[in-house]
Write a protein that binds this ligand. Structure first.
Ligand code: FMN
Length: 264
């Protein structure tokens, strides 16, 4: 599947993690579209996303850190990685975020969940192969347009959505010499979601490329920072396509994650 970049670019700016859902069920048309995007957006082998159209409340655990429990979602999408595949975390972040952006474009609420869920419950309705692991999940469903007080409290009145200024995320490269596509791509990466909003990505710009690295090698909450970086990678690519620039990814060894270079 080609990246529907205009649609996903727009979704990048409106996506927020949503944790309270209304009880409206996902109709069969919408369910089929979600199922199709899970099946068709598969740029890397070793990653799969499975749409499960059944109420998952018990899948989500209670309060983790300051977050409240996710409630009322009619369905979930599970992100499953084959743990023998190289660079599995970054690949899974990239693929999962494509699906999250498509759901956002369809007016559905989502929230990446890497900690506060019970994989054993999900594997009671999806077959998980020997080398596979459910690395994350998102609830998916309809939310209130206006945020309730409870949801605002859950997000620290927007604190969990605040991002670092771009200059704090740059590991190298002077802005004056950047080609035009670079700044919008970095701005899109900056607003990517990450576990506990840790924003672990650092960017190095060199002539016509962006290298994504992690800020340090300490993972927190048992979630790889490389997964967050995979999410930011998708945002970089979507924004570049929106600027008319085609690029390609090359995966790199730690502490680097991947380099995106223009393909002329
Ligand atoms: C990999 C990953 C794991 C996450 N795990 C959880 C989680 O277990 N529980 C939760 O409530 N939110 C979780 N989040 C949501 C983040 O807290 C949220 O994305 C971040 O605070 C930024 O806020 P925003 O998504 O509204 O922009 C996770 C996000 C990512 C990317």
């Amino acid at each position: 599947m080609e990246i529907p970049f205009s649609r996903w670019y727009e979704a990048i700016w409106i996506r927020r993690s949503r944790r309270l859902f209304n009880s409206r069920l996902i109709d069969s048309n919408t369910g089929e579209r979600l199922h199709n995007v899970c099946k068709e957006f598969n740029p890397f082998s070793g990653v799969r996303a499975v749409f499960v159209n059944r109420p998952p409340d018990k899948v989500f655990k209670g309060i983790v850190l300051h977050y409240g429990k996710i409630r009322g979602a009619p369905a979930i999408i599970a992100f499953i990685g084959d743990m023998n595949t190289p660079h599995i975390h970054e690949k899974l972040g990239y693929v999962g975020e494509g699906i999250v952006l498509e759901a956002t474009a369809m007016n559905l609420g989502t929230c990446w969940v890497g900690v506060s869920f019970r994989p054993e419950l999900i594997s009671s309705f999806i077959t998980i192969k020997k080398n596979e692991k459910i690395l994350a999940v998102t609830p998916v469903g309809y939310t209130r347009e206006k945020w309730s007080l409870e949801e605002r409290i859950m997000t620290g009145f927007g604190r969990t959505h605040k991002r670092e200024p771009l200059e704090n995320l740059l590991a190298g490269g002077r802005e004056e010499s950047w080609p035009e596509w670079i700044k919008p791509a970095l701005e899109a990466a900056r607003v990517a979601p990450s576990a506990v909003n840790r924003q672990p990505w650092r960017f190095t710009v060199k002539s016509d490329s962006i290298t994504v690295s992690v800020n340090n090698l300490r993972d927190t909450l048992n979630i790889s920072k490389r997964l967050d970086c995979g999410i930011a990678m998708l945002h970089i690519e979507v924004a570049s396509l929106q600027s008319g620039m085609n690029g390609a990814w090359e995966f790199l060894d730690s502490p680097h994650v991947a380099r995106f270079s223009s393909v002329r």
